[in-house]
Each structure stands twice: as C-alpha cells, then as structure tokens.
Design a binder for this molecule. Structure first.
Ligand code: MN
Length: 432
C-alpha cells in the first residue's frame, strides 16, 4: 500500500462497509474523535457509516508503521490533543491509510475477521467523549449579517457595524472549562439583569436564554509565544471543524457587556459536536469568500479561496414535540465574512501563542434571509416577532425543556460529508 498524496478521498470511492447513502460518515469523511468503547477503553477513533474505528487497534496491528504516526503513541488516549499536535503530514497519512484499508477492493481488513472485530465497533455500543482537552476557547463575531442584525437591534440601524468590524475579525477570549459535548443538558443560568426603566439590577434566572449557531475549529501544532502564524500557513495549524452552540443569556449580556464584552452571559455552557471533520475532507467544498471591501491590511490578505460551503440548520424540540424537532433556521458557513485562516492569523499577530486543541468559534452564522438567522434573538427580532411552532406553541426565547439541535453537512456528488449533531436540552434554573 502506498500513501496518497491527494488529501481528499475520490467522490466515487466506496467501502466494503455498508454505508447508507444519506449517512454523514461515508469513506470521503473519515473524521476524528474520542470514544469509550464497549470494552471500556478510551481511544482515538474515526467513523464509517454506523461503525466506530479504533485507531489504537489498527496501530497495534502495525497498520500505521510506515506513516509519520509510527512510534508516536497517538491513539491509545482519551482525547485528540496529541494527534492534533502531530501535524498535517500525520493527519493526512492516517486518513489516507484508513481510506485504503476501508476501500471496497482492499482485503486486509475486509477479509480478516479477528482484525475487524478488534477495529470496528458498533456505534450504538460506544460513548463519544469530548474530542479534545480544550486549553483555550476564543469566540469570534465573523458573520456580517449577525453583527448587522445585533447592531441594528441594540444600537443604531444607520451605524449597525462598528468602525473596526470590516478591518479585523472581532473576537473575545471565552471559557474553555464549560465547553460540553453534544447531549449534555444545559442549566438556565441565573445572574444580574436590569429591568426596563429600573435604576438597579435584580438577581434571578435569565429570562432571555438563547442559542447561537456557530462552527468552531481545533488548532493543531501551536506557535511559539511571540511568533505569529502567517495567514497563508494557518490551515496547517487547523485539524478540522465541529458544530458549536454558544448558549447566551441576552438579558445578562445586555447589562454586563459594556465595556469589556460578554462574561456571565456566555460562560455557563458551550456545546460542541463530537466529530472533528478535517480540512482535507472539506477541501472539495472550499470556495471564494465574500469580497472584502475595504481591503484588509496585508497580514489578513490571502490569495486562496477559504470560504467553506457547509449547510447548517437549527431544530427546536419542545417538551410537547416528538421526533427530531422543528427546523427554525437554515444557514451556511459561506456567509462568514472572515474565514478561519484570517481568524487564526489575527489571533496570533500579536505573538499570542496557541496550543494543540484550542477551540476557536466563528460567531453566530446568520445569512441574508430572515429564515437564515442563527440565533433566537434575530429569528424573533428581540422578541417582537415570536416564532410560531407546529402545535400552536410560540417562542421569543428558549423555554425550560426545549432542546436545541444543530446539524451541518456538505452535499457532495453522490455523498454527504456530515458533522452529525450538537444537542442540548434546557434545564430549569436553580432555585433561590
Ligand atoms: Mn458567539
């Protein structure tokens, strides 16, 4: 077997493993994650169809011996940090080897029942884990439509974008400790809010709880303190992307955010999806981004196309609904004005160092149409246009018992690169 130099798996490639045509995880995807297997081992894994692939078992059987992963002990671990630190040549070699081993005409794994039993695990018997031990989390604000909508509602429609917005990817340093995995319930936070026309704040449960539809990327090899990552090299420092729900308490945010930005309004929970979809899997879905006018400063300029065509949706499942919920927003990652390479270049231009497994989120991804708005704040326009749901319910913000489900996928020619889901159900606030 030789290693492929082309990082993407051919659109017509097929596996000997049965994969449903609408599966998010065909042989073209091969994402990375961490999981507790039915034998209680915590491992670095990949996925095809409904099967979890134990990379440590493949490594132990010598299948990465001729790759840059050899001898590095990257897989018998409960998170992707060490694998992420190993860098792009390793990520590519491992993914290429997986594609080769899983190909329909490849007998090595297909015809070896013992190896197959060690390597392939039914996903229904596997518990996904946080893919990374996240050191630092940063949240950007890179959707022009979202920034314009929020600026229009909270400040001035005539000057909705602040003067810096078109010159730099605005962001803030978030809270890594409260990033949680898909399926983790989220308790409604309590905090300070200021009633309309009141002189003093009150304490209690947030009444304006919201979600934010975002995507995030995980950093690979870091940069040394003092050494920025150039924009044209930034993709070599990015393992891949996940879905992100940046839960937000709008009433707490409104009172606290001047002058230093969000604090309690966003530090109680951020939900991510479990599978890291690699930039190599996403390569066929790269496209030219929006025209940036005014032209960014040289350190943010790039020659290449780095927008990503990733379809996104938000479903809301209230306590009275059954099934998979009701889709309340459809958006696309291509609506982002600042792309992931520009975000990382800007983040590090001061010399700020990043480490393997840092999470950087995009900011709410809103599109140009009312149904593509990525938060309840925008969908219900600050509560003035309540959302009507099937069954007669209405929502201005999230209610206790509501489940928010983010989904994302790239539509290929005869296959789909899926992100899976990021779910979270709202629990009532603590009493008192
Ligand atoms: Mn956000």
């Amino acid at each position: 077997m030789t290693l492929h130099s082309d990082p993407s798996v051919a659109p017509d490639a097929r596996s000997f493993v049965d994969v449903a045509t609408d599966s998010p995880f065909p042989i073209q995807n091969l994402p990375f994650g961490a999981a507790r297997l039915s034998n209680d081992r915590e491992r670095v894994v990949s996925r095809i169809g409904s099967w979890i692939i134990d990379l440590a078992a493949l490594d132990a059987a010598g299948h990465f011996a001729d790759t840059p992963a050899a001898g590095k002990a990257l897989f018998d671990l409960p998170s992707l940090n060490r694998f992420s630190a190993a860098g792009r040549p390793t990520w590519r070699a491992v993914r290429s080897r997986l594609a080769a081993l899983l190909a329909a005409d490849a007998p090595t794994l297909r015809d070896d029942e013992t190896l197959r039993a060690a390597v392939l695990h039914d996903s229904t018997n596997v518990t996904m884990l946080m893919p990374m031990e996240i050191g630092d989390y940063t949240d950007f604000y890179s959707s022009r439509e979202h920034a314009t909508n929020v600026g229009t509602m909270f400040r001035d429609p005539e000057n909705a974008l602040l003067p810096n917005w078109l010159h730099l990817p605005v962001g803030y340093h978030g809270r890594a400790s409260s990033v949680v995995l898909d399926g983790t319930p989220v308790r409604r936070p309590r905090g300070q809010t200021i009633p309309a026309d009141a002189d003093a704040p009150v304490f209690g449960p947030s009444r304006l709880l919201d979600f934010e539809l975002e995507m995030g990327f995980f950093t690979g090899p870091g940069n040394a303190l003092g050494e920025p990552i150039p924009v044209d090299q930034a993709d070599a420092h990015i393992l891949g992307l996940v879905l992100v729900n940046d839960w937000s308490a709008r009433d707490i945010q409104k009172w606290e955010y001047v002058p230093l930005g969000p604090f309690n309004a966003k530090n109680f929970a951020t939900t991510i999806s479990p599978w890291v979809i690699t930039l190599d899997a996403l390569a066929p879905f790269r496209e030219a981004g929006p025209v940036q006018d005014p032209k960014p400063l040289p350190y943010l300029q790039e020659s290449d196309a780095w927008s990503l065509d990733i379809q996104l949706e938000v479903a809301l499942r209230t306590e009275t609904m059954r099934g998979e919920g009701h889709v309340i927003a459809r958006s696309n990652a291509r609506h982002l004005y600042w792309n992931i390479r520009q975000q990382l270049a800007h983040h590090t231009i001061t010399g700020c160092n990043t480490r393997p497994g840092d999470l950087m989120a995009s900011g709410t991804i809103s599109g140009p149409t009312p149904d593509s708005r990525g938060s309840m704040l925008e969908l219900a326009w600050r509560g003035t246009q309540p959302l009507s749901l099937p069954g007669g319910e209405e929502r201005r913000f999230l209610a206790d018992g509501d489940e928010v489900i983010l989904r994302g996928w790239c539509e290929g020619d005869g296959y789909r690169i899926g992100f899976g889901e990021a779910r979270g159900i709202v629990l009532p606030a603590l009493e008192g």
